[in-house]
Design a protein around this ligand. Sequence first.
Ligand SMILES: O=C(O)C(=O)C[C@H](CCCc1ccccc1)C(=O)O
Ligand SMILES: [Zn+2]
Length: 328
Amino acid sequence: MATETIKVNSREFVVKKYSFPTEQIPRLDYQDKKAEKLIENGQPVILTGSDLVGSAHHWDIGYLCSNLGSGQYTVYSSADGKFKYYDDKKLTQNKQFKPPTTQTDMTFQEFAAKLKRKDNKELMYLQQPLNETVGTRIVMDFTNFNWGWANETQKKNHWGPMTSNLLLVGMEGVITPAHYDEQENLFAQIQGYKRFLLFDPSQFECMYPYPIYHPHDRQSQVDFDNPDLTKFPNFANLKGYEGVVGPRDVLYLPMYWWHQVESLHGHGETISITFWYKAAPTVKVVYPLTSGQKVAIMRNIEKMIAEALNNNESMPSFMQAMVQGRYT
Ligand SMILES: O=C(O)C(=O)C[C@H](CCCc1ccccc1)C(=O)O
Ligand SMILES: [Zn+2]
């Protein structure tokens, strides 16, 4: 795998080299009017100085070990270090699907002990919504997040309610392959460094997501390390953005934006917390439609056809019959 060394804020990182060009994600102080404008326009921006999770800046593996309590945490393992998310509610519709990662529930203390071992064959990634089983000091830290700013941002942009805060603790080198989510996201980095590769929703034609009924719905089918340009020719036209988030940085990750996330080597485990918000309700449709709205329309139509046919095997021929020779 080809790598390159990039410099970010006087730090050097060795990162994987991909076939597509990228521009830098803007990096601005959270009170900069330009930053507020970008968020308002659904454009990604790395925000500094927000202290969104200032009360968690001291969180490290040891602190979490002592204060997260003895609740069960979901830990994924992967031999190739890639953690492609799959919806286990869709496994029934896809008998032959083989999950690419294994999932184990364990206490945080067990996870921390595994991190220390030198004989780990697989990479591990703890992904767990923060809930009330955590210890009192974590609850206190959580209460002291900069909710004033988060709530103000939510209100100003007419986002819906916050749905969850996912605690992410990854080993160096873990990768979450390219996918999009249907929620607005304030992504707070606490420890370690994560490289984000971002792609505008208008790049949909280059990303070839799985069918909507597939467990990997919303994930790209393209293997970034070895793209099959025969099957996915438009991947050759992909253009992206990239940026590295470190401790105290917050990335505004707009809904429907494709992203791949890589925990970088040389800076220890990564600790992050997501702040996911439901979409702003569409009060009045304004034309032209945004590329995100077009993705939402495509998803709704694909869902309706899958329900109407009630037979996923017949989807490919039905979808092609609709467009080939007519819209192609
Ligand atoms: O914050 C985001 O949206 C990310 O993709 C961050 C990513 C882990 C996300 C895991 C996940 C992916 C899809 C559905 C539910 C959970 C990382 O940081 O590695
Ligand atoms: Zn995501």
